[in-house]
Design a protein around this ligand. Sequence first.
Ligand code: ACO
Ligand code: ZN
Length: 167
Amino acid sequence: MVLLIPEGYLIRKAKEEDIDGVIYINSVTLPEHYTTSFYNSILLSNPDTFLVAEHEGRIIGYHMGRIEYGLALRGFPKFVKKGHVISIAVLKEHRRKGVATMLLKTALEEFTKKGCEVSFLEVRVSNEPAINLYKKMGYEIVDRITGYYSDGEDAFVMEKNLETNLI
Ligand code: ACO
Ligand code: ZN
């Protein structure tokens, strides 16, 4: 799957040789970091939702997702297949061009294809750009976790129903 988006950006599945680039983007955009083996294990277990955005041959954004099973947070309590957005980021100079939207849209299509009923994520309550992005993509705030982050900040849990996927 190769998806062209405007202005010379390209969304594609990540490869092993992209991991260093992904780690770099994560290091300059987010306070939450992961070990190299964590990235590699997600690439191995969930290759279709580990995506990168490329511009002029360089990786400038990524989406790392994982399919999980858990209780639905809304409606009648039942176990469902969920698409977890673990981490998404775009380098500063490439923001506000629709890159994250395209990364997320592509990931949501893959989650849906694989039978996920919902997609969910955690986000810092102060992260307005990301919260806006998720709301725009149809996610709703379904929970707040006190002190979720290591610096004590709370997280919103946001969820999107994929059964009526309107993306
Ligand atoms: N302020 C307000 N709203 C914003 C902003 C901003 N600075 N940036 C994006 N948005 C919202 C807007 O609604 C925007 O639509 P619009 O441009 O039509 O108004 C919408 O998001 C889509 O914007 P994109 O251009 O697709 O998003 P972008 O490529 O700029 O990436 C992202 C957004 C990923 C949040 C980027 O700002 C980033 O990398 N931030 C640092 C890393 C981060 O916070 N990642 C999310 C952490 S939570 C998690 O990973 C589960
Ligand atoms: Zn998470």
